[in-house]
Design a protein around this ligand. Structure first.
Ligand SMILES: *Cc1c(COP(=O)(O)O)cnc(C)c1O
Length: 399
């Protein structure tokens, strides 16, 4: 059989199962009102939660830094690619998160792969919330440890699973804010469990960093959890901070160890220094412009109460991620298409990103939206969701 036979079959299957995906082409910067594939939309699908990706101060920090530092970093951090903007950003992130030290990675995906595979190995145990981000699942696969998944946000189930086996080092991994559900992990309980059982605890706060906490330092600020309680914090810069890259924050010793051993830190080109400079400016805006978080909170309440009035059942989320459960992949796709016809860009999230039978619309709100924007979305949902409720019921009745 020619090698292309398998991919032809898999592609056909994807299409048939309504799981086929394709990137759309944005014709403008990230913002609420966007041009996509040549059409105008009001967008509710970006992770630019604070509206900083296209902020004039962030852009000019980037431009000025590019003038001074050029574009490419030239090499990995440990060769000669680690510049002053990188160093300043690491120091600012450590201070902001209340950790001793922070380390930059080029993406959040790489940060997760790097940390887990540096700390864990064959014979160890990695415990994962079932709804953890794909990069955490892949990280555990890569490190060779046993991967044990526990029921979503169910610490009791985690305890049961931890009691079964006690050899090797243990690590508990959880998203801070679950990316497809919008709910938050019971971090304080996880911290107690980890301490009692001498396990590492790592929280991936990709969606909480910049958004949660009075100052925007994320879920661990909101829950007042220190470095002793949560020794490994991962945050990304491509979401609320509106730039790109990621960091891991923790003790001097942990970061020192990661510098020596995290392969996705060592064997990759450092992010462009101008990106670090832009992120520094974003970080300043996160701290200084608390109104962005306040406005976002207001929009979340507006959306949730409006949806309740329409009889739409949302998931229990207090974050800017507000999923609308549909169930069937085809029905989710159809609803997303009807909304697109009404000028609303909302992505249908389907397996394998979420478990089978739990396809949904993932609506994300941003401080870049106005209350009128949210009102328009609610209106479009009121017109588009009737037929959808019917097909969702049909889907649930099917095996
Ligand atoms: C987006 C995301 C990542 C990956 O971060 P990138 O910087 O986009 O690679 C990791 N974990 C979670 C929970 C995420 O949502």
């Amino acid at each position: 059989m020619p090698p292309t036979t398998r991919i032809k079959t898999l592609l056909a299957q994807r299409r048939q199962q309504q799981l086929y995906r394709q990137p759309r082409i944005a014709g403008c910067a990230q913002q609420a009102h966007m041009q996509i594939d040549g059409k105008a939309y009001l967008s509710f699908c970006s992770n630019d939660y604070l509206g900083l990706a296209n902020h004039s101060a962030v852009i000019s920090a980037f431009q000025q830094a590019a003038n001074q530092w050029g574009v490419g970093s030239g090499s990995a951090h440990l060769i000669n690619g680690h510049s002053q903007p990188h160093q300043q950003l690491e120091e600012a992130l450590a201070e902001f998160t209340g950790r001793e030290r922070a380390l930059l990675f080029s993406t959040g995906y790489m940060a997760n792969l790097g940390v887990v595979s540096a700390l864990m190995q064959d014979g160890d145990r990695v415990y994962q919330d079932r709804l953890n981000h794909a990069s955490l699942l892949d990280a555990a696969k890569l490190c060779g440890a046993r991967q044990i998944r526990f029921q979503h946000n169910n610490p009791q189930h985690l305890v049961q699973r931890m009691q079964r086996q006690t050899t090797g080092q243990a690590m508990i991994l959880a998203d801070g804010v679950f990316s497809m559900d919008g709910d938050t992990a019971p971090v304080r309980t996880l911290a107690t469990l980890a301490r009692e059982r001498d396990a590492w605890l790592m929280i991936d706060d990709a969606h909480g960093f910049g958004v949660l906490g009075d100052n925007g330092a994320g879920l661990l600020e909101q829950e007042a959890l220190t470095q002793d309680e949560v020794p490994i914090l991962m945050g990304t810069l491509g979401k609320a901070l509106g730039t790109a890259g990621a960091f891991v924050a923790g003790s001097h010793e942990l970061i020192d160890y990661l510098i020596q051993t995290a392969r996705t830190y060592i064997y990759t080109t450092a992010q462009p220094p101008a990106v670090a400079a832009a992120a520094l400016t974003s970080l300043r805006l996160v701290k200084q412009e608390g109104w962005r978080r306040a406005h976002l909170k207001h929009l979340i309440q507006q959306f949730r109460s409006g949806a309740a009035q329409l009889g739409l059942e949302l998931m229990p989320s207090q974050t800017p991620i507000q999923p609308l459960p549909v169930g069937d992949s085809g029905a989710a796709l159809a609803l997303s298409q009807r909304l697109a016809e009404a000028g609303m860009l909302v992505t249908a999230i389907r397996p394998p990103t979420v478990p089978k039978g739990t396809a949904r619309l993932r609506i994300t709100l941003s401080a870049g939206h106005s209350t009128e924007d949210v009102a328009r979305l609610l209106e479009a949902l009121a017109h588009s969701s009737h037929t959808n409720a019917g097909s969702a019921r049909v889907a649930q009745a099917a095996p």
